[in-house]
Design a protein around this ligand. Structure first.
Ligand code: GMT
Length: 380
């Protein structure tokens, strides 16, 4: 099968899921064509089944905003036509689903039928998509997709609650490559960061407001008043400066390190004792799953789909969004020497349930079903 994958090529979760999915499918013999505006960050593997088509967004002094959606739709048309694709799988509704609809209509005029699968990832629904400036197009393009998936039951529910959706939405959760994300022997690294046996707390995100990184820092500040601890913050984004100021204000700078964007995040996770995800919104929480695969328990909020991943009292704790006091108490409970090994073991066991080998076939089945039903509908 020849499949086109469209995604944001950046560090974001949707791009990671799309890229890892494409890589895994290519290893099984599918021909995968990535259609993105730059090389996806996680596209670190090359084989005879992987292809990359760059979307060339031409600008012109007249345009205040370069028309990405048009360049993408045109590229999709050409790739479908010349590479004889069987399916387009677009990740993130805005504007990928609507660009796919336009490409589909252009191809129809040329006698080519291309089934489109849209995967909803979170903010395309819970934040941006709901906004009146996008909502009509999002609703339309979800309804016009031949197949729709969402990464958690909660995201499916949210989509059905906020948009007038006629299509079935299949839930296919995020997945993890346990070959890559596993605890590595990095004791020298731990020794360098925690020379006196301090407990190590880690947070990774794109430092957007919804991630509530300030809660991470506040919880850490309370934890270190009780036990010796260090905090590593991985990633970068709009809130970073503010977070640095908060650390200075709280006097935690000596115990907090901002590491910026990292490719090999699994190396940091390998030495962590606790992962913090206090997000305001989170459709799934892929970053937390990556931590759990490296045997790191999770202290999280109860936002969105996180409780579908983090089992309260087993793999970590789930707390109300913004409840820093309870989060601190729960963090201290996990970090107790008598509790930590069990939480770590449970986190890994839970992560194994999302192993890519268990999720990949759900996408394969969904592709086959979507192609069949869309051609059957065409024949009617
Ligand atoms: O978390 C982000 O801001 C990035 C965002 C994205 O679209 O790249 O991540 C979303 O998709 C991930 C992969 O499906 C999910 O694991 C994240 O939970 C989801 N983020 C939000 O819902 C905020």
């Amino acid at each position: 099968m020849n499949i086109g994958i469209v995604c944001y090529p950046t560090f974001g979760g949707s791009g990671v899921v799309a890229t890892e999915l494409g890589k895994a499918l290519s290893k099984k013999g599918y021909k995968i064509h990535f259609i993105t505006y730059s090389q996806p960050t996680r596209l670190d593997l090359f084989n005879e089944n992987l292809f990359y088509h760059e979307v060339d967004i031409k600008s012109y002094p007249l345009f205040e905003h370069a028309p990405y959606e048009l360049a993408l739709a045109s590229k999709m048309v050409n790739v479908v036509k010349f590479e004889q694709l069987d399916l387009l799988h677009v990740h993130y509704a805005i504007p990928h689903a609507s660009a796919a609809y336009m490409a589909k209509q252009i191809l129809k005029e040329q006698g080519i039928h291309i089934p489109v699968v849209t995967t909803l990832h979170g903010t395309d629904i819970t934040l941006v998509g709901k906004d009146p400036s996008y909502e009509p197009v999002v609703t339309f393009s979800i309804n016009k997709s031949d197949g729709v998936t969402a990464v958690s039951e909660d995201l499916k529910k949210d989509t059905l609650n906020h948009f007038d959706i006629k299509n079935h939405i299949e839930v296919i959760p995020n997945f993890i490559d346990l070959e890559r994300f596993k605890k590595q022997k990095k004791e020298h690294f731990k020794q360098a960061i925690c020379p006196n046996g301090e407990k190590l707390l880690v947070h990774t995100s794109n430092f957007r407001k919804v991630k509530r990184v300030d809660d991470v820092i506040r919880v850490f500040n309370e934890v270190r008043k009780v036990i010796p601890a260090k905090l590593l913050l991985v990633g970068d984004g709009p809130e970073r400066d503010k977070m640095e100021r908060l650390c200075r204000q709280l006097g935690t700078c000596d115990d907090v390190r901002f590491l910026g964007k990292l490719e090999a995040v699994e190396e940091v996770l390998s030495v962590a004792d606790l992962f913090l995800m206090p997000s305001e919104k989170e459709s799934f929480g892929l970053a937390a799953l990556e931590a759990m695969a490296c045997e790191v328990p999770l202290l999280s909020s109860n936002a969105g789909g996180i409780p579908e991943l983090n089992i309260d009292g087993v793999t970590g704790y789930v707390c109300e969004i913004g409840d820093v006091v309870t989060m601190t108490a729960r963090a201290l409970d996990i970090l107790k020497d008598e509790n930590l090994p069990t939480f770590k073991k449970n986190a890994l066991e839970r992560a194994k349930e999302f192993d890519i080998s268990k999720i990949l076939y759900l996408y394969e089945d969904f592709y086959k079903k979507t192609i069949e039903t869309s051609f059957a509908a065409l024949a009617k």
